[in-house]
Design a protein around this ligand. Structure first.
Ligand code: FEO
Length: 412
């Protein structure tokens, strides 16, 4: 892929992680993921954010520098907005080429960089409001935005062009080609990246959503004309679109979200599965959209995205050895870790000789402080009777009514 010009003397250099790699070692990338770096040319040259150290990726970066007339050895400043290795893994490779550069980083970032790489280079720690004049009209201003996504995080703002380089914030999954700006995309393509942004947000950023709100508030003081994140598209025509998207996602952190119900179900011999049709009928009778995922067949990455946008969640699973169906317990625990809190919920399912699912569900809810509001569960011994299936239908309709009342935005 070729480097591309974002705006006056600011270039995007990018490599795509392709689909057989798991992001953070666990998140599937069926559509890939772009790793963006930005080179800013003043009298001095700076690179903001870097790339991972996977085979061939740093070399791709160096080749793209050559395309834009930058010798790797010309780089004076390496700006590390965020130390996670998807943005810093290349540093060791870079140091084999030159050691004549200065790392610009927060104090917390420096601690992490030294822990990860034992960095023995010149460095400058910066705080909010600090700046570096690159010459020729290019000036970089730094703003700390801790916990978006790690505590070290800051954003870089190039004042002459109003370009914000926020690293993980405002990013998305999805590979991006050389044409990587919103003004080069169709509406359909933009919607694809917005969906990928939701999954990225739910997987990577959701745990820290209060920090996203704080960061957006802080950045209101900057005259942002372009948003150039470390992953995904550059927003040049309408940067407010991705800010509004992230505000929308962050606002779901309290629980109420879109008028949608995520239905998670797992079944051993088909008895719990027979409850799914009446559940969906009950939701449909109130005009509420359902997103259905079978557990464990569906990856938690997709479940997180669905649950994050949903006001309601239905858990349908059997009891298994005095507890919940184990893969469902693992899913609920992961939802708790990612702070999927405050949902309106319903549990249904089959049991054999003993119950016990409720006790374990209560334990996870308490341990993860999830604060879900449950309707009375519907459990049945063995196969559900027609009367029990009708009760399930009615309870789903009641859940749907509560979801419509609690939702804070229209469905996307
Ligand atoms: Fe893209 Fe938190 O690293």
């Amino acid at each position: 892929m070729q480097a591309s010009l974002v705006t006056d003397n600011i270039y995007r250099l990018s490599a795509n992680i392709e689909s057989d790699v798991l992001f953070e070692g666990m998140w599937p990338l069926p559509h890939g993921c772009a790793m963006n770096s930005y080179v800013i040319k003043g009298r001095d040259v700076a690179i903001v954010d870097g790339v991972c150290d996977w085979d061939g990726v740093p070399e791709t970066l160096y080749a793209q520098m050559a395309e834009i007339g930058v010798d790797v050895k010309d780089i004076r400043y390496v700006i590390i907005n965020h130390t996670e290795p998807d943005h810093t893994g290349w540093i060791k490779s870079f140091q084999k080429i030159t050691n004549d550069f200065e790392v610009v980083i927060t104090q917390k970032g420096l601690e992490l960089a030294q822990a990860f790489y034992g960095l023995d280079v010149k460095y400058r720690t910066v705080r909010s409001g600090d700046s570096i004049d690159l010459g020729n009209g290019k000036k970089l201003v730094f703003e700390e935005t801790p916990n978006v996504h790690w505590p070290d995080t800051m954003v870089t703002y190039e004042a002459s062009t109003g370009t914000l380089l926020p690293c993980d914030a405002f990013g998305s999954y999805g590979s991006v080609g050389t044409a990587g700006c919103d003004d080069e995309m169709t509406e359909e393509q933009l919607q694809f990246y917005e969906e990928e942004a939701l999954r990225y947000f739910a997987n990577i950023v959701a745990r820290f959503h209060p920090s996203v709100v704080r960061a957006i508030d802080k950045l209101k003081n900057l005259d942002v004309k372009i948003i150039a994140p470390g992953h995904g598209l550059v927003w040049r025509r309408d940067p407010q679109r991705v800010v509004s998207l992230y505000q929308r996602f962050a606002s779901f952190g309290a629980g109420p979200a879109e008028p949608v119900v995520t239905v998670l179900w797992g079944s051993m011999y088909g008895n719990t599965e027979k409850a799914i049709a009446p559940l969906l009928e009950g939701l449909a009778s109130e005009g509420v959209k359902a997103i259905v995922h079978q557990v464990p067949q569906t990856h938690i990455s997709d479940i997180l995205a669905s649950a994050w946008r949903s006001t309601g969640v239905i858990l349908a699973m059997p009891t298994y050895e005095f507890k919940m169906f184990p893969p469902m317990a693992a899913v609920i625990d992961e939802l708790g870790r990612k702070m999927v809190t405050g949902k309106v919920a319903l549990r249904v399912g089959s049991f054999g000789w003993s119950g016990g699912a409720q006790r374990e569900l209560d334990e996870i809810m308490e341990h993860q402080k999830m604060k879900w509001q449950f309707l009375e569960p519907v459990e049945f011994k063995g196969a559900a009777s027609e009367e029990q299936l009708q009760l399930i239908r009615e309870r789903a309709a009641e859940l749907a009514r509560q979801v419509k009342a609690a939702a804070i935005v229209a469905a996307a």
